[in-house]
Design a binder for this molecule. Structure first.
Ligand code: SAM
Length: 417
């Protein structure tokens, strides 16, 4: 075992390991598996393909590591999606300190009859010595910010990648978690000398009585603690967590020798989403990273950051004619109906309502995206249907659709045959 200060990671006196042994995260019941599959970013297969592999199908023998797998959301999703996609010989490797969490993940997979996961109990810090081999993809969701040395942890993960491999990570966002850290500190001081269960009771007693001016009480996007005790512990009684601003996170990524391939959802990291039209010209000269940092400051509601990381600059597949636009958990006809009904794309991100304007042919475009037609085929079909429309206009409308739907991570490009 490696050292984190003078405590062994995962040892009996590691406070983070003890916390997740007592409160496996997130709270999950294997019986739920017969009703639904929990999906999300990072690690949907379509996202891995689009953001990290230029849209290519996943190769036979594809290996994914879920580092800090917890009760199994990422592991179950990856294992199920790989099985559904029929990727031959694909394997998911689960790694976590917490044996209680591992048992829940194992039970969930048993319920689904999935056998494509192997389990290891251990620390990310010890990855090099665990002999787990190299990985085409690593999921590390909600874990790095709990390590004693997140940079060293991320470096370990980077070293376990195959040459074309990449990562999907999630870490806490500094500004979106406004109010968390002073409340954590207040609860630490009030709960001094109490065991964790007693501190949970104390926190539950205090939360409804916080002064309404308290910054946590005023932050409308933080509600995880209401779901279960495990969520409350994770948010407010954690033994160790840090949050990152965009520039701080970029530094962590660079230290590990990695590149940022994408921020999820891309549109949330674009300051143009939040600025009035007359200020857009002020963005001139901003680098991609400066734009993302400014978007974070303006929005204020990024409580987590989800990113895809690559080795060397690997850009997502661009809109070449053979690319196949593919909906992520949406269906073209339903999207088309919504556009016709609303006249725009209406939704909300963490308390911020957004109404995204779409071009006149957006509904027709959405309907034609069926996961089989290429962009060239879609353009031809639209051209046939709207014969009077100049080609350049049509091209512009398609580009806008790709930008808007791609910006919310709902329409991704896959490589054609
Ligand atoms: C907040 S949970 C996230 C679980 C899961 N990735 C998810 O998104 O649902 C953090 C998990 O990381 C594990 N963990 C924390 N430090 C670790 C370390 N150094 N090595 C391996 N796992 C660790 C914890 O035991 C816990 O299960």
């Amino acid at each position: 075992m490696s050292d984190a200060g003078d405590r062994a990671v995962g040892g009996d006196d590691d406070p983070v390991a003890a916390q997740y042994e007592a409160y496996p995260y997130p709270a999950r019941d294997a019986a739920e598996e017969s009703r639904r599959l929990i999906t999300g970013s990072p690690s949907r297969l379509l996202e891995i393909r689009h953001y990290l592999r230029a849209g290519a199908p996943l190769p036979a023998g594809f290996r994914a590591l879920v580092a800090g797998g917890g009760t199994g959301d990422g592991t179950v999703m990856l294992a199920q999606q790989l099985a559904d996609a029929g990727v031959p010989g694909a394997e998911v490797v689960y790694l976590d300190l917490s044996k209680a969490s591992r048992a829940i993940c194992e039970a969930r997979l048993r319920r689904r009859g999935l056998t494509n996961v192997s389990f290891h109990s251990g620390a990310i810090e010890d990855l090099a010595s665990l002999g787990l081999g190299q990985f085409d993809y690593i999921d590390c969701c909600g874990v790095l910010h709990h390590l004693a040395d997140p940079a060293a942890g991320l470096r370990q993960l980077a070293e376990a990648l195959t040459p074309a491999g990449g990562l999907g990570i999630m870490v806490y966002g500094r500004f979106g978690r406004s109010g968390v850290y002073e409340l954590q500190d207040a609860l630490r001081r009030l709960g001094h000398g109490l065991d964790l269960q007693a501190r949970v009771r104390l926190a539950k007693g205090l939360l409804p009585k916080l002064p309404k001016t308290n910054r946590f009480a005023r932050n409308p996007i933080l509600g995880d603690h209401k779901r279960s005790d495990a969520e409350l512990v994770d948010l407010l009684l954690h033994e160790r967590d840090v949050a990152y601003s965009v520039p701080e996170l970029a530094e962590l990524v660079a230290e590990a020798g990695l590149e940022i391939a994408a921020w999820i959802e891309p549109l949330r990291y674009d300051p143009a989403t939040y600025l009035p039209a007359d200020l857009l010209n002020r963005l001139e000269g901003f680098s991609a990273l400066e734009r993302a940092g400014l978007a974070e400051q303006l929005a204020g509601n990024l409580k987590t950051h989800t990113l895809y990381l690559s080795q060397g600059t690997r850009t997502p597949l661009d809109s070449q004619p053979t690319a196949i636009p593919t909906w992520v958990e949406w269906e073209g006809p339903a999207v088309a109906a919504m556009i016709k009904r609303e006249g725009a794309l209406a939704g909300a991100f963490d308390g911020l309502p957004l109404r995204l304007q779409l071009p006149p042919r957006a509904a027709a475009f959405a309907e034609l995206c069926d996961g089989h037609r290429s962009l060239a085929e879609i353009r031809d079909a639209l051209g046939q249907r709207f014969r009077d429309l100049p080609v350049e206009r049509l091209e512009r409308e398609i580009a806008t659709c790709l930008q808007v739907f791609g910006g919310i991570n709902r329409l991704l490009l896959m490589a054609g045959p």
